[in-house]
Design a protein around this ligand. Structure first.
Ligand code: ZN
Length: 240
């Protein structure tokens, strides 16, 4: 069983009527709803306003894959929680960072770069698969037309990804590395660009398949119990 926690800052859905109509119970619940029917996946959700943002040590100890959606309130995420999530990723927890989560504290910390990009609202996107043999692309059409999506453009300031699986093309002519994988420690990370809150992206079955595939890909059965200093824990007689 893969234990997934879907984390969302859950602000736009409560403050913006357009977003509320698309995601009346929040983006996190919409994502949980399409993952829930699978027998090999068990889903729970967590949001910013909960104590410790719903990401306590106990919750993370029981999370195999964490999905992250944030936008307006990156700065409100407590540094101690970011540190905790970072530790769990290095020890083997998978992380899927969606859309504007590119600028979250946790993604920037894991990447070590600014993670900035260019953007413009009100475009359309064609998502091209450039790695069709990858498990994240399984069962998904080679190109996906999204009639409404925010434009994200290069330069996307990330380190060279381990794999690029999707490239986004926009009406304005821009291109973007829309689906990228990274490894950090024992943890697998997938960044996926579609998902602007004003459009029903997470109700699209093709997008749902990609995210579901990513959950299974990011799951690792191997996790470290803790990360300790090898010098401190080495036997005293090592040099004798
Ligand atoms: Zn957006």
């Amino acid at each position: 069983m893969i234990h997934v926690t879907v984390w969302n800052e859950f602000r736009h859905e409560k403050q913006d009527e357009t977003v509320h109509k698309i995601y009346p119970n929040g983006i996190h619940q919409a994502i949980a709803d399409f993952l829930n029917p699978y027998n090999d996946i068990s889903v729970s959700t967590a949001t910013l306003n909960e104590p410790e943002h719903g990401l306590t040590e106990d919750v993370l100890n029981h999370t195999d894959v964490l999905i992250w959606w944030g936008h307006a309130a990156h700065g409100e995420v407590d540094d101690a929680v970011v540190e905790r999530v970072h530790d769990h990723v290095l020890r083997g927890m998978g992380l899927i960072v969606l859309h504007s989560g590119h600028f979250s504290k946790i993604f920037k910390k894991l990447m070590g770069t600014s993670c900035s990009l260019r953007w413009r609202e009100g475009d359309r996107e064609r998502l091209w698969c450039v790695n069709p043999a990858h498990p994240i692309a399984a069962g998904v059409p080679n190109s996906i037309d999204l009639p409404q999506e925010e434009m994200y453009g290069e330069f996307f300031d990330i380190p060279a990804p381990d794999e690029v699986i999707y490239l986004g093309w926009f009406r304005g002519g821009e291109a973007f590395r829309s689906g990228c994988t990274f490894h950090r420690g024992y943890g697998k990370i997938f960044y996926f660009q579609p998902g602007h809150e004003e459009y029903p992206i997470y109700h699209d079955s093709r997008i749902q398949t990609i995210i579901t595939n990513a959950v299974r890909w990011a799951y690792s059965p191997v996790k470290l119990a803790e990360i300790t200093c090898p010098h401190v824990s080495a036997p005293e007689d090592t040099m004798k």
